[in-house]
Design a protein around this ligand. Structure first.
Ligand SMILES: Cc1ncc(COP(=O)(O)O)c(C=O)c1O
Length: 413
């Protein structure tokens, strides 16, 4: 018996190479998750579940209704409808200049086991074998894998300098791929920390709507801003024009809950629900209880998380100023998310030697073995990621400070 080719065809990620054989005492600045404590409200909700003496049921496939409503309410409060793009672009149903909160109904929410499961379900539901999926390059490592698991071809679109969305480049890539079935955006971006402007989101949404291509906007880092709140796709496009992904894993500080969601048109979500139900039945009940508690306390929890992130950026600027400055496309560029996207220093790049055909991986291995810090080589995120490293600011403060202290000398020249 041999495994299916859709699995054996997947390449081994350089992230795996970095994880194997790290010397003792190596500090890990590779992990993409919050290292601050789980908020108390979630801790309490989990304890309450543990103290009950009744059964712990599966619950509804669509998750508990109060959680779905809480997500709908949260999304309505945090998305502003301004000049919405509609799926069918006619003068009649494109209200220009309307402002206010987007109203999200419960059938426009799919609660999933992490936003990762939302991605899997959406891909399986909407990506035809043989079609093309446009993914950011560099971008989150799962996007190309998810496309390949659908027997589709991932095609990377380039980003603007600094890793920001470049609508023109994306649209050009889309027009060159008539078999595209889905476009994936990620902003603030993993790994680059880049943003998407409202104008760029509008341009991409209009093109996808006109061509009937499903637009998925991965916004799991959106609430972790330092300077100013980044726009959402649903600020500029109607709910049924594209799917927005959210998660408990980043700004709500609870990746271990494995709870996320998708907000989009009811008809888009309906087939994805079939996939998600077949895969997991429903997210775990204790996680749903904790997520509900976190959403009820969203204002305080998110303000706290932003405080943790602001503090981490401050440490980076203080301990490793040269590295941090180089990670930002321009001194004025807004800070958001938990990643520094750092160009490999020129001198070190030349001296890195080679690791097969991946000098970025070779340099990251040097940093790990000689410098004592694990980072992620940019090449793990797509060919255009070569020459950069992703340094995570998310982890525990002591590790972050010591890790950055070790990294700093590599970026002074
Ligand atoms: C861009 C992006 N999207 C989605 C995910 C998946 O997050 P989760 O399944 O924990 O919600 C991650 C995790 O690191 C991510 O970086």
């Amino acid at each position: 018996m041999s495994p299916a080719s859709r699995v054996t065809g997947q390449r081994l990620s350089p992230i795996r190479r970095m994880a194997v054989g790290a010397p003792p005492g190596t500090i890990n600045l590779a992990l993409g998750e919050p290292g601050w404590p789980l908020p108390d409200v979630a801790r309490q909700a989990l304890a309450d579940v543990g103290q009950g003496d009744g059964p712990l049921p599966y619950g509804p496939n669509t998750s508990r209704p109060d959680l779905v409503e809480a997500i709908a309410d949260y999304h309505s409060r945090t998305s502003q409808t301004v000049h919405p793009v509609h799926r069918t672009l006619t003068a009649q149903n494109t209200p220009q200049g309307s402002t206010g909160h987007a109203t999200v109904s419960v059938d426009q929410i799919m609660v999933t086991s992490g936003s990762q499961a939302a991605l899997f379900a959406l891909f399986q539901a909407h990506v035809e074998p043989g079609s093309t999926v446009l993914v950011p390059d560099p971008g989150f490592v799962s996007y190309p894998s998810l496309a390949r698991l659908c027997d589709a071809e991932p095609v990377g679109y380039p980003l603007a300098p600094g890793g920001h969305l470049d609508a023109e480049a994306l649209v050009e890539t889309l027009l060159a791929h008539p078999r595209a079935s889905m476009v994936v955006l990620c902003h603030p971006a993993n790994p680059t920390g880049g943003m998407a402007s409202a104008a760029d989101l509008t341009a991409v949404a209009e093109t996808c709507a006109a061509r009937g291509v499903l637009l998925v906007s991965d916004e799991v880092y959106r609430e972790l801003w330092v300077d100013e709140p980044p726009p959402s796709l649903h600020d500029v496009a109607a709910i049924d024009t594209g799917v927005v992904l959210g998660s408990m894993s980043k700004a709500f500080g609870a990746p271990g809950l494995r709870l996320g969601w998708a907000v989009g048109g009811a008809q888009t979500l309906a087939p994805a629900r079939i996939v998600h139900n077949a895969m997991t039945t429903a997210p775990a009940q204790p996680s749903q209880a904790a997520a509900l508690a976190l959403l009820k306390a969203a204002d305080e929890v998110l303000a706290d998380s932003r405080g943790h992130v602001r503090r981490r950026w401050g440490i980076a600027e203080q301990v490793a100023p040269a590295l941090t400055t180089r990670a930002r496309s321009a001194p004025s560029s807004a800070r958001a998310g938990i990643y520094l996207w750092v160009p490999v220093p020129r001198g070190a790049r030349d001296a890195a030697g080679t690791d097969g055909d991946d000098p970025t991986l070779a340099f990251a291995l040097r940093l790990r073995d000689e410098g004592g810090v694990t980072t992620v080589p940019g090449s793990a995120f797509g060919p255009r990621g070569a020459g950069h490293l992703r340094v995570s600011l998310g982890g525990p403060l002591d590790d972050l400070e010591e890790g950055l202290r070790r990294l700093a000398p590599w970026w002074t020249t």
